[in-house]
Write a protein that binds this ligand. Structure first.
Ligand code: IPM
Ligand code: MG
Length: 358
């Protein structure tokens, strides 16, 4: 039997609630499938760990994770610890050393969910955002000097490398090529940022020649926000820098109905290291412990994980179980305007998996 080792890390806030729901659903997937087993190891890294040990995870944390086939990650962030400490101490401290350079964010309007766009009933909005996940505005290069003085200076330097841009463009073109429409939009801001973003555009055009069957266009990031709202059906696959895609993906999630359903995968396409799968939403302290967190984003990312592990049938079966569940408004959590609890949604998805006849 095929067997996969999964690191499960709930992290902060509602993270542990949605991850334990995700683990339950993944176990149901394995049981229903019969062809593989999943072996979970729990990690308690995050803000509680920080309060005890002064670090978000052990110094060799990323190395410990190398032994796994994939990582399932909840959320990070706590009201009493600065966000840049929690984020750089855990999530980015995993993504960067494990070189998970492609962040993939599918967006669709799932059955039963209403888009705030009045012309979107469902099929008009079916996108995948590819976010550069290793450099750009999140390189971590910069510094601060003369703190508190009138001459204080602070700098965050956006770094783009030819190798980094080439590999994300190649990933995005390949992904666009694998989708029926073979359509890619390269998001840029090369009118105002005249060094790195100009190189970004040039490399996009170079890589495009390797994919003659992919239709592609280029869009300034500000204009892209309008296009996403006004002409969503003209978009399929999107590639953007770290910060641009961060912003566009929140807009995408809102247009698809809720941040509570949006998944993401931090992928190392070469498979030298484990990839990490997580919901896009954060730790949501306002609803922590209430049992009403929407687990759908975690289930969707779990489906992406199964696909990445080489279990496409199980991945598709889980996606169908998710869609079967979202189609019932009584099984919507409060973020979607419904009455359901995390428990009820989890039970419904597990039940749909058990009942699946394919
Ligand atoms: C995301 C999130 C994070 C990011 C936050 C938590 C810093 O917004 O995954 O989109 O910007 O990467
Ligand atoms: Mg974000």
């Amino acid at each position: 039997m095929r067997s996969y080792r999964i690191a499960a890390m709930g992290g902060d806030g509602i993270g542990p609630e949605v991850i334990s729901a995700g683990v339950e659903v993944l176990k149901a997937c394995a049981e229903r499938d019969g062809g593989f087993q999943l072996d979970f190891t729990d990690f308690d890294w995050g803000s509680d760990y920080y309060r005890k040990h002064g670090v978000m995870m052990p110094a060799d944390g990323a190395d410990q994770l190398r032994a796994f086939d994939a990582i399932l990650f909840g959320a990070v962030g706590a009201p009493d610890i600065p966000d840049h400490v929690t984020l750089w101490g855990l999530r980015l401290a995993i993504c960067q050393p494990l070189d998970q350079y492609a962040n993939v964010r599918p967006t669709r309007v799932l059955p039963g969910i209403t888009s705030p766009l009045r012309n979107v009933s469902g099929p008009e909005l079916d996108w995948v955002i590819v976010r550069e996940n290793s450099e750009g505005e999140y390189s971590g290069v910069g510094g601060r000097a003369h703190r508190g003085l009138p001459i204080e200076v602070a700098q965050d330097v956006s770094i783009m490398t030819r190798a980094g841009v080439q590999r994300i463009m190649r990933y995005a073109f390949r992904l666009a090529q694998s989708r029926p429409r073979k359509l890619l939009t390269v998001v840029t801001k090369s009118n105002a940022q005249r060094h790195a973003m100009v190189m970004w555009d040039e490399i996009a055009a170079e890589i495009a020649t390797e994919f003659p069957d992919v239709t592609w266009d280029k869009m300034l990031v500000d204009a892209m926000t309008m296009r996403m709202v006004i002409k969503p059906a003209t978009i399929d696959t999107i590639v953007a820098s770290n910060l641009h895609a961060d912003i566009l993906s929140d807009l995408a999630a809102a247009l698809a109905g809720s941040l509570g359903i949006a998944p993401t995968a931090n992928i190392n396409p070469e498979r030298d290291t484990p990839s990490m799968f997580e919901p896009i939403h954060g730790s949501a302290f306002d609803i922590t412990g209430k049992g009403i967190a929407n687990p759908i984003a975690t289930f969707w990312t779990a489906s992406m994980m199964l696909d990445h592990l080489g279990e496409p049938n199980a991945a598709q079966r889980l996606m169908r179980a998710i869609e079967h569940t979202t189609a019932n408004p009584n099984l919507h959590t409060p973020d979607l305007g419904g009455p359901a609890t995390t428990r009820q949604v989890t039970d419904a998805v597990c039940e749909a998996l058990r009942m699946a006849n394919d």
